[in-house]
Design a protein around this ligand. Structure first.
Ligand code: AMP
Length: 398
């Protein structure tokens, strides 16, 4: 029997929402609220093929969830909340506790709260979303879908850092990996579309947050994010990997506080910090192409560093997988920036991966040349459908 299932994805300042009919996976309605916490939050939604947009005050994620729920009734998408069978929440960090999605109860909420110290931008807002639903829909089964769970298959050598073992064993300091639902979706979709090219996949989730996963036979072997989502690639505003001694240097030699360093590494670094202009690839690409713009050199530098890091991880992960069958680009930049894909795929001929300029410019599904033995793919990610599928499976809604 058809069930109505909600997927809720609370980001640090956004909320993505989809209502599905399951198991058909039909999207009944989708909503996106950006700039949550601001006076001019942007509310976008698509209903019956029409796109709508409004600006309004949305003070926090609790209010955002309630706005979305109210609209389901006011637009008569549902007549009563009892029609909803299950709700899935994306949760950034499940730490060592969870290797799979799980039904939410008081203990799960406590763990999510405890893990907020590791993911301060995400776990607290994920919990707010969970609480808002528990209050509004007390009858409904809620499932937490963790960003970290998919990476539980990483072998110990890829999880552990080169610091004394006790920090791993006693304090849980290790690589957790993130963007799990997205990378898992890419693994499944690649296998569905190109079964002969799905044994060894390098999945590049390149958005404002960015991570790359080496996937072997559908399972995560390693992900570029680490103990927290700050690690790995240079991102929109996050630094990615740096020499850890820099932090001590800034603290002791330059007198910066821990909070100031945290803010610098999370919010003022990456594309924004390198360019001094923007974290948005669209802005940087425009300026980098304009020789009359004084900022051209810095925009160009930021894009080159960004793409070089992607190239660096593709090389490392091809070694991890002993070769590669498909390199897949996804998320905001991966799906839309031909420039970043082109820069990142330069010099990959040694892997049998050659990009076709025309197919790349068209954001085609398959962007490799005819003589490329490795596929290079552009696949839109769908984290929400992974959440909805897990609600059906974990809450046993079949
Ligand atoms: P995400 O975090 O996956 O939503 O990705 C957001 C990022 O995608 C933005 O910061 C932009 O840099 C990038 N982006 C979105 N659309 C485009 C586009 N058409 N061309 C280049 N970059 C884009």
């Amino acid at each position: 029997m058809s069930k109505k299932v909600m997927a809720i994805n609370c980001g640090s300042s956004s909320l993505k929402f989809k209502l599905y009919k399951m198991p058909a996976e039909t999207v009944m309605v989708e909503r996106m609220i950006e700039r949550v916490g601001k006076d001019d939050a942007i509310f976008r939604y698509t209903y019956q093929g029409k796109k709508h947009q409004a600006t309004q005050v949305v003070t926090d994620h609790y209010v955002a969830v309630h706005l979305v729920l109210d609209m389901l009734l006011s637009e008569r998408i549902i007549t009563d909340y009892s029609e909803i069978s299950g709700v899935g929440h994306r949760v950034a960090n499940g730490g060592s506790y969870y290797s799979d999605s799980t039904l939410i109860n008081a203990e799960v909420e406590k763990h999510i709260d405890q893990l907020s110290v590791l993911s301060p931008l995400h776990n607290p807002v994920n919990l707010v979303g969970i609480k808002a639903i528990t209050v509004a829909l007390p009858h409904v089964k809620s499932v937490a879908v963790f960003d970290t769970a998919y990476h539980h298959t990483m072998p110990l050598v890829n999880k552990i850092y080169g610091i004394p073992y006790k920090y791993y064993a006693e304090d849980g300091i290790r690589r957790y990996g993130f963007h799990g639902p997205s990378h898992q979706y890419i693994a499944l979709k690649t296998a569905e579309l190109f079964p002969d090219h799905s044994q060894r996949i390098i999945s590049c989730h390149i958005g404002n947050g960015a991570s790359i996963t080496a996937i072997k036979d559908g399972r995560s072997s390693v992900n570029s994010m680490g103990f927290t989502p700050l690690a790995g690639l240079v991102m929109g505003t996050r630094s990615g990997d740096i020499d850890p001694q820099i932090i001590l240097y800034l603290q002791h030699q330059a007198g910066m506080s821990a909070q100031a360093i945290k803010d610098m590494l999370n919010n003022q670094s990456g594309l924004l910090g390198l360019s001094g202009i923007s974290n948005d690839v669209r802005d940087l690409a425009k300026i980098a192409a304009d020789s009359t713009d004084k900022r051209q050199e810095r925009a160009d530098l930021a894009l080159k560093v960004f793409a070089h890091q992607i190239q660096f991880y593709i090389g490392a992960y091809a070694a991890e997988l002993n070769g590669v069958d498909s390199i897949v680009f996804t998320a905001g930049i991966g799906e839309h920036s031909a420039l970043v894909r082109e820069l990142a795929c330069r010099n990959l001929g040694y892997l049998g991966a050659k990009i076709d300029a025309d197919k790349n410019a068209a954001d085609a599904l398959s962007i490799e040349t005819a003589d490329s033995t490795t596929k290079i793919l552009v696949i839109p990610t769908d984290e929400e459908i992974m959440i909805a599928r897990d609600v059906v499976r974990v809450a046993q809604l079949e």
